[in-house]
Design a protein around this ligand. Structure first.
Ligand code: TYD
Ligand code: MG
Length: 455
């Protein structure tokens, strides 16, 4: 038998090499390669075509009942999941430290347990007493959850194997788990992958809904190789600014549902509260109109959310390279928009620092935000506030045209409902809208005239 080769796996991208290097050749990350236990290499004679057990085939319309989703008792969590937990599935929940993952999952486990199903919460980070303390603070001390502090996957699976399988199993976190069959400390690539594999297998075989909490590295990806994301059915991320109250639960991958619905929560003194109607959340208190602020009617999944975009322009004397800083939007997109405003409208940002912020710790991903960002930039540059009761949406092309976007009707209706009287958007809206006073703008220079002019 051939001598097993040494293998090195990159913790960031999961690529495998046979030689250790300081930098991963695939993703360019430094110090991410770690040696992995060698794998047995079978000789050529060892064919896989005999000695297995026959598998059973099933038709798509077979009579075996489909697995029923189970609600978590938190409607916003269920919404982000696409309708609740699927038995026999695995969810990976990522998010910055302290954002509220443990709190959310303890609350969900408590709700599931109170509904009569069994829920197990295993913490590898906190002692059972600490988790109980938190439950007490959340007013959940009476919920019949089974709680344990453990990090050995062998202990966990042996224990679970001797009792009835729970409906929900939470492992907080996968980076603290270890298996004695795998070399390496907890948190290394092979440990994380091996432990996740065993836990997921248990979940699939026993119709358990498994939630694995995953730590996030400083660049925002879930620590451990990307393979973890391939192994699970659902990848969720719990987001927000720790200094702000609001938290957004997003699914980044979902084998059983759409990935565009979000769940919105507010972190309060007694845990996470659900926010059923988030459309007003991301507007700051707007008594006096200020230059550089524009309201954008965003769409999250099927729900409209009004968001305030703020821009600040600081003129520099000369010489120094001006800064561009963005919070909550794509910095490449800002650079593009500034270039279009310079090239098509003759505005000059090159000697000015540009700061862009999306209020409330919200992250904008909708391309329809272009027009609102452009309006905020022009308003800041001209030092002229936009009308306080106006909203702006539309995609801007490199040629400076304002393009139509999806869900214009929903955006207009929600804006009108919340008291915004004027809406500015693309010229070619398909349907007639009389919900708000609608002002079509076809080119970016029209926007500049509108804001800079005296109308
Ligand atoms: P936690 O769930 O421990 O975060 P994670 O598991 O993602 O690291 O949440 C910790 C933060 O939440 C902590 O900074 C305090 C805050 N918090 C509240 O504001 N109210 C509460 O009722 C609880 C339990 C936590
Ligand atoms: Mg935690």
């Amino acid at each position: 038998m051939a001598k097993p080769k040494r293998r090195y796996v990159c913790a960031a991208c999961g690529s495998v090499t046979t030689r250790w290097q300081g930098q991963c050749a695939d993703c360019g990350e430094w110090n991410t390669l770690a040696e992995e236990a060698p794998q047995t290499v079978f000789s050529q004679k060892h064919h896989l075509s005999t000695g297995g057990r026959p598998i059973l085939f099933e038709a798509l319309d077979s009579n075996t009942p489909l697995p029923q989703r189970r609600g978590t008792g938190l409607a916003e969590f269920d919404r982000a999941l696409g309708g609740g937990l699927v038995p026999g599935s695995a969810i990976l929940m990522g998010g910055d430290p302290g954002i509220g993952k443990s709190t959310l999952l303890l609350q969900a486990a408590a709700k599931v347990a109170l509904s009569g199903a069994s829920a197990i919460y295993i913490s590898g980070e906190e002692a059972a007493g600490q988790v109980r303390l938190r439950a007490e603070r959340l007013g959940l001390a009476g919920a019949p959850i089974s709680l344990a502090a453990a990090t050995s996957v062998r202990d966990i699976l042996t224990t679970l194997g001797s009792t009835q399988a729970p409906a929900l199993l939470v492992i907080d976190s996968i980076q603290t788990m270890h298996s004695d069959q795998i070399e390496g400390a907890p948190g290394t690539v092979s440990q994380v992958r091996g432990c996740a594999f065993e836990l997921i297998r248990y979940a699939k075989e026993n119709d358990v809904s498994l939630v694995l909490v995953g730590h996030v590295t400083k660049d925002g990806s879930i620590a451990g190789p990307r393979v973890l994301e391939h192994m699970v059915d659902v990848v969720m991320s719990f987001e927000g600014e720790r200094s702000h109250q609001y938290r957004i639960l997003r699914s980044l991958k979902n084998r059983f549902g759409p990935v565009d619905e979000i769940g919105v929560f507010a972190m309060a003194g007694a845990g996470l509260e659900e926010v059923g109607n988030p459309s007003m959340l991301f507007l700051s208190g707007r008594d006096q109109p200020v230059a550089g602020s524009a309201v954008f009617p965003a769409i999250e999944g099927t729900r409209p959310v009004l968001v305030e975009v703020q821009a600040l322009i600081v003129r520099l004397a000369s010489g120094a390279t001006p800064r561009r800083a963005v919070v909550g939007w794509d910095s490449g997109r800002l650079a593009m928009l500034l270039a279009v405003l310079e090239a098509r409208c003759g505005l000059n940002f090159s000697s000015a620092e540009v700061y862009l912020n999306v209020a409330g710790g919200y992250r904008l991903g909708d391309p329809a935000a272009d027009l609102a960002v452009a309006a905020a930039l022009i308003s800041a540059l001209a030092d002229k506030p936009l009308a306080a009761d106006s909203v702006w949406f539309g995609e801007v092309s490199l040629a400076g045209e304002i393009r139509n976007v999806a869900h214009a009707g929903v955006r207009l209706r929600e804006s009108a409902k919340l008291g915004f009287r004027d809406a500015f958007g693309p010229p070619d809206l398909p349907a007639k809208h009389d919900e708000a006073r609608f002002h079509p703008l076809s080119m970016l220079p029209n926007l500049v005239d509108r804001i800079m002019g005296d109308e």
